[in-house]
Design a protein around this ligand. Structure first.
Ligand SMILES: [Zn+2]
Length: 217
């Protein structure tokens, strides 16, 4: 089993242009980085989780192109141009820029910070793929800001995920070389782990907390 794609037709809800885009049908992976970047088997699906209009550049998950979803979360072409004109946006690798734009639009729409953080996190993975460490750091900083907010405001979608997201905040701080905050967040994982099925998160938090204390990144 490896990545499977599917070409689908879309109509842009912003500029009404019809177009075809590659979407992701299935993925599989073997192992992952310590911030959950999966080691995908086969073609890289990361560029295709998001769909982008070739006309106005509107970008989001396939569902964000439906009239129902767009009706609830409208954006304007002017806002899209504005985000794409930002200095940070301009210097990002192409596919990281997609995640950045989608995240900025979500921010503007006041969406759940958990989803916003996840978009920035995936953008940071695109930068790692391109070995662009500077851009990766910029997106990790944004990812940690919103993932942290989602824990603090209790907007993590599935409460069972709370220890995992708490661990992830700690791990992103570690990767950003903020030892004190990494220590603090790794330290709270233990009190959140409720059952034996989540022991793996605790083990991982302990391992990364150890790295945080004793090794350079
Ligand atoms: Zn468009």
């Amino acid at each position: 089993m490896s990545t499977r794609f599917n070409d689908k037709r879309f109509t842009c809800p912003v500029c009404a242009q019809p177009f075809e885009a590659t979407t992701v049908e299935a993925v599989s992976h073997q192992g992952q980085d310590s911030d959950f970047f999966p080691h995908y088997i086969g073609d890289d699906p990361l560029p295709h989780f998001l769909v982008q209009c070739p006309g106005c550049q509107y970008c989001g998950y396939p569902d964000d192109f439906t009239p129902e979803s767009f009706g609830k979360h409208p954006v304007t072409a002017a806002l899209i141009r504005n985000v794409l004109g930002q200095p940070l946006s301009k210097k990002l690798p192409r596919f990281a820029q997609r995640y950045y734009l989608a995240a900025k639009l979500y921010e503007e729409q006041k969406r759940n910070p958990y989803f916003i953080g996840n978009l920035y996190l995936r953008g940071s993975w695109c930068c790692r793929r391109e070995e662009d460490r500077k851009s990766e750091i910029e997106l990790q900083q944004l990812a940690v800001k919103f993932l942290r907010q989602s824990v603090e405001l209790s907007t993590v979608v599935n409460p069972d995920n709370l220890p995992v997201v708490t661990y992830l905040v700690g791990e992103l701080y570690r990767r950003l070389e903020d030892k004190a905050l990494a220590r603090e967040w790794f330290g709270t994982v233990e009190e959140l782990v409720a059952d034996t099925e989540q022991q793996w998160v605790l083990e991982l938090a302990k391992k990364q907390a150890e790295l945080n204390e004793h090794l350079l990144n």
